[in-house]
Ligand binder design. Sequence first.
Ligand SMILES: O=C(O)CCC(=O)C(=O)O
Length: 262
Amino acid sequence: MRASLLQIGADDAESVASRRTRVASLVREQSDADLVVLPELWTTGAFAYESFAAESEPLKGPTYEVMARAAADTGVWLHAGSVPERDPDGTLYNTSLVFAPDGSLAASYRKIHRFGFDRGEAVLMGAGSELVTVRLPGTTVGLSTCYDLRFPELFRGLVDAGAEVLVVSAGWPERRLGHWTLLARARAVENQAFVLACGTSGGHAGVAQAGHSMVIDPWGEVLGEVTGAGDAVLSVEFDPARVGVVREEFPALKDRRPHFRA
Ligand SMILES: O=C(O)CCC(=O)C(=O)O
């Protein structure tokens, strides 16, 4: 399986419409990939809180349309990052979209752990409540978004639901780059799963982004990493069957005791 992670930015000076067109062209360049992954809230930027409402869209809004077409034209599975989704009841969600190679919607995931403490996403958006996995040929992919990376129980839930490949679509700030690399590897090691961690480049709304998108194997080895925070494509080939091999050879997941008492 070849995954291409597109580390792209949300430059304040570029319009959302022009960014959609630009990113769709980048997706179309990835026809040798099986799965293409985009970062979190790349239309607005994860920290451009004031534009969430103005740029929010229904699930099947402009980003959906453009990305569905890009997936179908390219013939790839496309994790199209997340958009500020406006539910018919008016609530905003940070929602990831995954398209099948025919352009149909395979899954959507509303971010469960909202970032921003008493401001930003945490007050402007609702929290998702459902774990989401997607069946791809030969493997199952579990979905997560940025701040979710700090909550291992979410990833355990995805593993229990069959996930072997864990996608983290993020807009992680440069200030906590050390946490990003550490937590992404930890999620791979503890879950004996591949982690595809796709971050944002550059900066927006005064927040420098960490970049450093990574592909990590179920042993915790980094198979590929962007070494900076600029625009980049990280393309890595891996065999999802390696998950079964690692889980068989070092069966730590079988020793879980989730129901212990103190
Ligand atoms: O947890 C962090 O340090 C960053 C999280 C974040 O930026 C987000 O969820 O948008």
